[in-house]
Design a binder for this molecule. Structure first.
Ligand code: GAL
Length: 819
């Protein structure tokens, strides 16, 4: 009897720990409570395990309830049935870090990710299996997808990480945005989605499954929205809460492209509008974008930085004011959780895109006043009061009376990040380099590879994506009087190589890369062939495999041909097609194979006359780790294109020589009006990416560190330097009756550079006094309140700063403080 009671008690207790996640037309319900859920994407391999606790802690402090991540199949199963969950790939450790911080998790298994990740997260060996077609009712594909998905679910279950087991994960995702591309898959696409749903359901995770951008998501899959705005989204089933799995906080960057920015005002507007119109779950994609280390960048041409203009920057610093302004929004939304999820909704339309939404329960009401007009402010009369709602903004009134938040009124400081030189002891101002050439003799002079075929193959098929590099080599013989040996001979290559370097008889004849997203181009160069044997050696380089679109797995990469030699015979053009010649293939480069990037590499390096602007060359140097704990970057200005390693850790591809075009930037970016990825760009006419993140965990705090560069195109390493990134100055520009917080992220504020209370003009770094200004010494007041302190709170009031006459207009305090 006793033991039965004990057993019952045990069952009851264990049940208490299990979390029940369900949903209804209104919200996600966790243990019986409807929730307003704010979530953010952080992809574990885009930072290091050492960074995870800080990133997740900052996410929680930023007001998030949950962290969302994809699972990256190709990283975990680089070779079929050989798995890697080490280091940055320790998914379980990442999920437990989320749990330790008391946040929820959203696990997007896919296993198709997209995510600007190499090949969208699919392994290339999968593509090379016989009869393979991705993302459709192809048996081989479905078997592999099921195998990987099941394995991940089993791993996560074994650690009791699903909410149904008492763990943090409240939602799981299968597939990703298939609805956006499914047309070309026809009926098979529809059948595939049903299969995905059944397969996922059979895995019995005990939490709801989501499918994003899938209007025909079969029950019980929840279909969710992705985009810059999702307030108009209506799920396909009225019992599905309105959920937004990807609110894009910025955008990604491509080699040759500019820096994307999505304004803080617009992100906040999109979120507030979404909740005004019944939203219940909003996930920021990305909350921390991070870095595409190694060869993980997708593409083609996704940069190594995946900063995304996210609330946490690439290095994990707060991107202010985005981080703080959204935090305030989260706090306000959370304070209204009960009315938002249980209240009756009514709406008043004021015309001209202005509206009020009232959520009412028996205990009270909460209101949103929205103004979607791009140009004019709206004046809303509500319950005897009048409220001005600026253009393209939402005002939130948790009690329907007092304005607690307006999406366009930013009171959070702007932080200006700076890079400072390496302050390590005994670091010389310039680094000392050694070098060695890449050994290419076998290829350039002998055309000798590992295998031969009488056909030009797609690069993926040959390399299995084990390397970016593939040599295509052939020999061509000409008799003495061959008409091809005349003048005007050329080599013409139809190429889909992301970068191509061409050599004839050991001589570099030219290089080409794709411009303006045209990855299908013709390379043509005049060449002088000789009588007898000629060696043509073509080095094709991938720079991230395609990650998006219907059937993207078969987008060509490499030298798919045809390849011709053209010549003249009298007035006649003669053409020799080399496409079906005997081609010899070699995957990878010798220096990579002999691991020249490893610190313990025994190879000989020369310190004599270090060459500049030489192609296919290795450089090496040592340096001391910068003191302190600020994030470290290496400035690769002056270099061409290649790969960089710090202490043997691959920090990604670099390509500072790729300069973005001069046009299309917008210094005075206007947040009003719908955002798109071409709006508010910066960095025109500059290297696409100059600074590369070196996580602290890659460095030895004491002693020497090694930097190795493999330079393909030629550059000058003498400008390379290590730097730290940190807040340089902070600014605010805020109306009276607000409180502002100035903070140098844990370091004392050292001076007040500018302060004016009245109607100052300009932006952070370029403030100027306006036509009216308080006679009180604003700089002195702020110096007293802030200098020497890690943070200070300033009440922007006339009591403190005086009451300058600004002809009735509201007064503002602009301040710039130096960190
Ligand atoms: C979405 C996709 C994400 C990411 C995003 C753009 O379509 O689901 O994985 O690629 O676009 O950053």
């Amino acid at each position: 009897m006793v033991s039965l009671r004990f057993l019952l008690c045990f069952l009851f207790v264990s049940n208490v720990y299990a979390t029940i996640v369900s949903h209804d037309g209104r919200a996600i319900t966790i243990d019986g409570h409807r929730r307003v859920l704010l979530s953010g994407s952080i992809h574990y391999p885009r930072s290091t395990p050492e960074m995870w606790p800080d990133l997740i802690k900052k996410s929680k402090e930023g007001g998030l309830d949950a962290i969302e991540t994809y699972v990256f199949w190709n990283a975990h199963e680089p070779t079929r049935r050989q798995y890697d969950f080490s280091g940055k790939l320790d998914l379980i450790r990442f999920l437990k870090t989320i749990q330790d911080e008391g946040l929820y998790g959203v696990l997007r298994i896919g296993p198709y990710a997209c995510a600007e990740w190499n090949y969208g997260g699919f392994p290339v060996w999968l593509h090379n299996m016989p009869g393979m077609v991705f993302r459709t009712t192809n048996k081989a594909f479905m078997d592999e997808m099921q195998n990987f998905t099941t394995m991940i679910i089993d791993m996560v279950k074994k650690e009791n990480l699903f909410a149904s087991q008492g763990g943090p994960i409240i939602l799981a995702q299968i597939e990703n945005e298939y609805g956006n591309v499914m047309g070309p898959y026809g009926e098979s696409g529809k059948a595939y989605i049903k299969w995905c749903a059944n397969m996922a359901q059979s895995l019995d995770v005990g939490v709801p499954w989501i499918m994003c951008q899938q209007n025909d998501a079969p029950q019980p899959m929840l279909n969710t929205c992705n985009g810059f705005y999702c307030d108009n989204f209506v799920p396909n089933n009225p019992n599905t809460p309105k959920m937004w799995t990807e609110n894009w906080t910025g955008w990604f960057k491509q080699w040759g492209g500019k820096n994307p920015h999505r304004t803080t005002e617009d992100v906040a507007f999109s979120v507030a509008r979404f909740f005004q119109r019944g939203g219940t779950f909003n996930n920021y994609y990305m909350y921390h974008g991070g870095t595409n280390f190694d060869r993980t960048a997708g593409g083609p041409y996704i940069t190594t930085s995946y900063d995304y203009d996210a609330p946490l920057d690439e290095y994990g610093n707060l991107n202010q004011p985005k981080y703080g302004h959204l935090k305030q929004l989260h706090d306000v939304l959370h304070s209204m959780e009960r009315t938002l999820t249980y209240g009756n909704i009514s709406t008043i339309d004021f015309g001209n895109s202005a509206s009020a939404t009232i959520y009412k329960t028996e205990e009270g009401s909460s209101c949103f006043f929205g103004n979607g007009n791009e140009k004019s402010d709206a004046t809303i009369s509500f319950q005897g009061e009048s409220y001005v709602v600026p253009a393209w903004s939402v005002t939130i009134l948790p009690d329907c009376k007092n304005e607690a938040y307006n999406t366009a009124n930013i009171t959070t400081q702007t932080s200006m990040m700076v890079k400072k030189p390496n302050e390590a002891e005994n670091t010389p101002s310039t680094l000392k380099w050694s070098w060695r050439p890449e050994n290419m003799d076998n290829f350039l002079l002998k055309g000798k590879g590992e295998s031969t075929q009488t056909q030009l193959f797609d690069q993926k098929v040959v390399t299995n994506d084990q390397s970016d590099y593939l040599w295509y080599m052939t020999t061509v013989k000409f008799k003495k009087r061959d008409p091809f040996l005349g003048k005007n001979m050329s080599l013409r290559i139809n190429s889909t190589a992301h970068v191509l370097h061409a050599f004839v008889n050991g001589k570099h004849i030219g290089s080409q890369h794709a411009e303006n997203d045209k990855f299908n181009y013709v390379f043509e160069k005049d060449v002088k062939f000789k009588s007898g044997r000629n060696v043509i050696a073509l080095l094709s380089i991938t720079v991230g495999l395609a990650n998006y679109g219907a059937f993207f797995e078969s987008k060509p990469a490499g030298i798919t041909g045809p390849i011709f030699i053209t010549g003249r015979n009298g007035d006649e053009t003669i053409v020799k097609d080399l496409s079906a010649h005997k081609w010899s293939y070699k995957t990878g480069l010798i220096g990579f194979e002999s691991q020249l990037f490893r610190t313990e590499s025994m190879s000989k390096w020369s310190v004599e006359s270090v060459p500049f602007n030489r192609t296919m060359i290795w450089y090496k140097t040592t340096f001391k780790s910068p003191l302190g704990n600020y994030p470290v970057v290496v400035d690769l200005m002056g270099l061409g294109k290649g790969t960089a390693w710090v202490n043997g850790n691959n920090i990604g591809r670099y390509w500072p020589a790729f300069i973005s075009s001069e046009n299309g930037c917008d210094a005075n970016c206007n947040y009003r009006g719908a955002y798109h990825a071409e709006k508010c760009l910066t960095n025109c006419g500059e290297p696409t990416q100059r600074w590369y993140h070196v996580p602290r965990s890659f460095l030895n705090a004491e002693g020497d560190n090694t930097l190795v560069l493999f330079e393909e195109m030629g550059g000058n390493p003498s400008l390379v330097s290590f730097q730290t990134t940190r807040v340089g100055s902070v600014c605010a520009n805020v109306y009276e009756k607000n409180i502002i917080e100035l903070s140098c992220d844990g370091k004392p504020i050292s001076a007040i550079k500018f302060a004016s209370f009245g109607n100052p003009n300009g932006n952070c770094g370029s403030f100027v006094k306006g036509t009216c200004e308080s006679s009180n010494n604003t700089v002195d007041i702020l110096t007293q309140e802030c200098v020497g302190k890690e943070k200070c709170f300033i009440d922007v009031s006339t009591e403190k700063f005086g009451a300058p006459d600004c002809s009735g207009a509201a007064r503002r305090l602009a301040v710039e403080a130096i960190c």
